[in-house]
Ligand binder design. Structure first.
Ligand code: PLP
Length: 364
C-alpha cells in the first residue's frame, strides 16, 4: 500500500526523484563522475561557503557513517573533545568517541532541554585541554533545535574545532557554515534535501582536513582518503550508491525549483506550526515547549488511559500515513515528522484522520 512517510527520513520523495533511478549508471564513466562533482559544488553553495576554504565529501552509508568518518578520522591523539548531548544522536557521538578511543568530556542535559551555552563555557573553563566540540543541531530524538549559533560563537572565541551533526536540519533551515565557523558539518541524502537513502556528506574546512590526514581508525571511513580520491575527478573510492546519487542530483534541482532553502524552511515551519496547533486542539500535547524545531514533533500519548501505540499506528497507516514511535527515554510519546514531499494538504488530511481516530477512541 502507498502511504506518506511522516518520519525523519527516509521520507516521502517526489515521483520525479524516484523516476531518475530507473537508470543503471557506471561508476567509472566521466558523466557519472561529473554528477558527483556537480553535487559537491552545489552542497557548498547550500552551506554558503567558498570553494577556497571548504570542500564537500560524499561518503557511502547512512548518516551515521558520515558522522563516524569525521569522529574516527579527523581527531588527533592530542585532541580533547567536548560532546554536548540532549538525545540519542548526541549519545551516539559519545559511543563513536569510545570506539575510536578519543579523549572526551560529556556534557549532557535532559532530552527536553537544550545544552546551555553558559554551562558549556563553564565546562571549557574547568577543562582547559578541551580542543574540540561535537554537537547535534536538530536532535531528532525529540524534535528540539539546539542553539548552534551560541555554541558556534564559543568555539570561535576559544578557537575550538567544531563538529556538527546537522543531519535532520541541513537543507531545511538556512545555515551559513562559514559564518558560524563550523569545521565539519554532516548530513545525509535522505533528510531535508529529500533524496533517497544511501550516502552521507561532510562539509569540511580544508585547512583542518589537511591538518588531520593520516589519523583514521578505519579504512573505509577515512574521510581524508575519500576526499583525496573524490577531489581528483569525482571518483568515489569504493562502489558508490549510483541510483541514490542520481536521485540526489534531481532532489537538489527540486530544492532550487522550490526557491532554495529559505522557501523549503518556510514550508516546513508553517506545516509544523499547523500540525502542532491542530494537534493541541485534539488534545495532543507537544513534549517540547521551548526550542521546538520545524522538522519533527514529539507528542505525549493522550491522557484517556487506554491509548496504545500499535492500533493508533495501524489506523493511521491504513489511512495513508506512517508516523514514528517516540524515542525520548521513559516518556510515552510518538513523533510526527513533516519533512519530505509533504504539503499543507497532507497535514490537513492527516488531521482529519487523527480527529476521526481520536473521537472513536474517546467514545470507547
Ligand atoms: C537521521 C539522523 C542521523 C543518522 O541516522 P542514520 O540512521 O545513520 O541515517 C544522525 N543524526 C541525526 C540527528 C539524525 O536525525
Amino acid at each position: 500500500m502507498n502511504y506518506k512517510l511522516l518520519t525523519p527520513g527516509p521520507l516521502t520523495t517526489s515521483d520525479t526523484v524516484k523516476a531518475v533511478m530507473n537508470v543503471d549508471h557506471c561508476t567509472w564513466d566521466q558523466e557519472y563522475k561529473d554528477i558527483t562533482q556537480e553535487i559537491r559544488a552545489e552542497l557548498l553553495c547550500l552551506a554558503e561557503v567558498s570553494e577556497t576554504d571548504y570542500t564537500s565529501i560524499l561518503m557511502q552509508g547512512s548518516g551515521t557513517f558520515g558522522v563516524e568518518s569525521v569522529m574516527s578520522s579527523m581527531l588527533l591523539p592530542t585532541d580533547h573533545l567536548l560532546i554536548c548531548t540532549n538525545g540519542a544522536y548526541g549519545r551516539r557521538l559519545k559511543e563513536m568517541a569510545e570506539y575510536a578511543n578519543l579523549r572526551y568530556t560529556l556534557y549532557e542535559v535532559a532530552e527536553d532541554k537544550i545544552p546551555d551555552p553558559k554551562a558549556v563555557r563553564a565546562v571549557i573553563a574547568a577543562e582547559p585541554t578541551i580542543s574540540a566540540i561535537a554537537m547535534v543541531h536538530s536532535e531528532t530524538t525529540s524534535g528540539i533545535l539546539n542553539d548552534l549559533e551560541a555554541i558556534a560563537q564559543i568555539a570561535k572565541e576559544k578557537n575550538l574545532l567544531l563538529i556538527v551533526d546537522a543531519m535532520s536540519s541541513f537543507g531545511g533551515i538556512p545555515l551559513n557554515v562559514a559564518e558560524l565557523g563550523i569545521d565539519f558539518l554532516v548530513s545525509s541524502s535522505n533528510k531535508c534535501i529529500q533524496g533517497v537513502p544511501g550516502f552521507s556528506f561532510v562539509i569540511a574546512r580544508k585547512k583542518e582536513l589537511e591538518k588531520r590526514k593520516g589519523h583514521a581508525h578505519s579504512l573505509s571511513l577515512d574521510l581524508y582518503a575519500q576526499y583525496e580520491e573524490m577531489n581528483h575527478d569525482g571518483k568515489w573510492r569504493f562502489t558508490s550508491p549510483t541510483h541514490t546519487v542520481l536521485a540526489f542530483q534531481q532532489a537538489l534541482k527540486e530544492l532550487q525549483a522550490e526557491g532554495g532553502i529559505e522557501a523549503r524552511y518556510a514550508r516546513y515551519a508553517s506545516n509544523n506550526q499547523l500540525l502542532r496547533d491542530e494537534m493541541a486542539k485534539l488534545g495532543y500535547e507537544a513534549v517540547i515547549k521551548e526550542h521546538q524545531g520545524p522538522f519533527i514533533t514529539s507528542f505525549y500519548y493522550p491522557e484517556n488511559g487506554n491509548f496504545t501505540f500499535q492500533p493508533f499506528y495501524d489506523y493511521l497507516k491504513e489511512h495513508g500515513f506512517v508516523i514514528y514511535p517516540g524515542k525520548i527515554s521513559e516518556l510515552n510519546c510518538f513523533r510526527i515528522g513533516n519533512i519530505g514531499e509533504i504539503y499543507r494538504t497532507d497535514i490537513e488530511q492527516l488531521l482529519v484522520v487523527m480527529k476521526a481516530y481520536t473521537e472513536e477512541n474517546n467514545d470507547n
